[in-house]
Design a protein around this ligand. Structure first.
Ligand code: GYE
Length: 311
């Protein structure tokens, strides 16, 4: 894997390319920023980007890919909503000699069916979050509730795996409830409400681990409505590092987040330009960085910096 700085704004000449982008939807602030940046990066490079929003449905993504193939685009960007069910349509793209680059999520398909995947190390992100919680609670007993991402998506699978690996062997920490909030604020709030009701109003809950900040922000609302103090009565750790989580941190209502850059398209367009120019195949994985932020990292300053970056 090639590790890239969080914001790689390459400017490889990819002018006149036509690229189809099958985007999952706009379920989170992070995803909206990824879309904004992808359009900006295409514009900067003179790429004609055909954008398709799948409203989080795989069948819409498959339809969009088939449409891009019929249009004869030069390449396809795909943020795969779930990890399985892609082999057939990826084979169709390969047969049409149209390279596919995966953004921010991976697929369970043979690697020769896509050119490369630009993603973070999703297991590592969950592990960083888990290690932060282990260190923060020290030996204190702590019941954890978990808001999972979209069921069957690679981030939901891998962030769970990494978090559980960090808690392995720590008898004082226990995940008592775990359910999908589908990466959205609304669902995150709803599911957290059910966790609070099921856990004696939240008295037994010491921490929330949310697979993204949007679900954490929704859950923070639910914790407050239950009369508890998020960030104090219930620790809050999540992933993405979107601006709103830093506002919550500054208010003492969230504790930690693991950064995911929304600029996956910059590196994708760079390797695509090189590949289309001289056929040089990139590594199958271009890994983006993951950085832990806590309340000690001047959250309002980070909030201001982030606001300008596509959010
Ligand atoms: O964390 C979340 C979005 O695929 C890793 O998808 C990405 C995740 C991201 O809904 O905000």
């Amino acid at each position: 894997a090639t590790i890239l700085a969080a914001c790689t704004f390459g400017s490889a000449s990819a002018a006149d390319l036509v690229v189809g982008f099958s985007q999952i939807g706009s379920e989170s602030g992070w995803r909206a920023a990824e879309t904004t940046l992808t359009k900006q990066q295409a514009e900067q490079r003179g790429i004609d980007l055909k954008f398709a929003d799948a409203q989080q449905k795989q069948e819409n993504q498959i339809k969009a890919i088939r449409s891009f193939i019929a249009q004869g685009v030069n390449a396809i960007l795909l943020a795969p909503v779930v990890a399985t069910g892609w082999d057939e349509v990826l084979q169709e793209a390969k047969d049409a000699e149209i390279p596919v680059i995966l953004l921010d999520r991976t697929v369970d398909a043979p690697k020769e069916l896509y050119l490369t995947a630009v993603t973070s190390d999703l297991v590592h992100e969950g592990n960083v979050a888990g290690k932060w919680l282990v260190d923060t609670v020290a030996g204190k007993s702590c019941n954890v509730v978990e808001l999972q991402g979209t069921t069957g998506s690679s981030p939901a699978i891998d962030r769970k795996k990494g978090f559980e690996a960090a808690l392995a062997g720590k008898d004082n920490l226990k995940i008592v409830r775990s359910q999908t909030g589908d990466f959205t604020r609304t669902k995150g709030k709803e599911v957290m409400e059910s966790f609070l009701k099921a856990e004696d109003g939240g008295k037994n809950i010491c921490a929330l681990y949310a697979h993204n900040d949007d679900m954490a922000v929704g859950a923070i609302q639910a914790i407050k409505e239950a009369g508890l103090k998020p960030g104090k009565d219930i620790l809050v750790v999540s992933i993405d590092a979107v601006p709103d989580i830093f506002q919550a941190m500054a208010a003492g209502e969230a504790n930690a987040t693991v950064e995911l850059t929304p600029n996956m398209a910059g590196p994708a367009f760079d390797v695509l330009a090189t590949y289309l120019k001289d056929g040089k195949e990139p590594a199958k994985w271009i890994q983006t960085e993951s950085k832990l932020y806590t309340q000690a990292d001047d959250p309002m300053k980070v909030y201001e910096e982030k606001k300008g970056l596509g959010y």
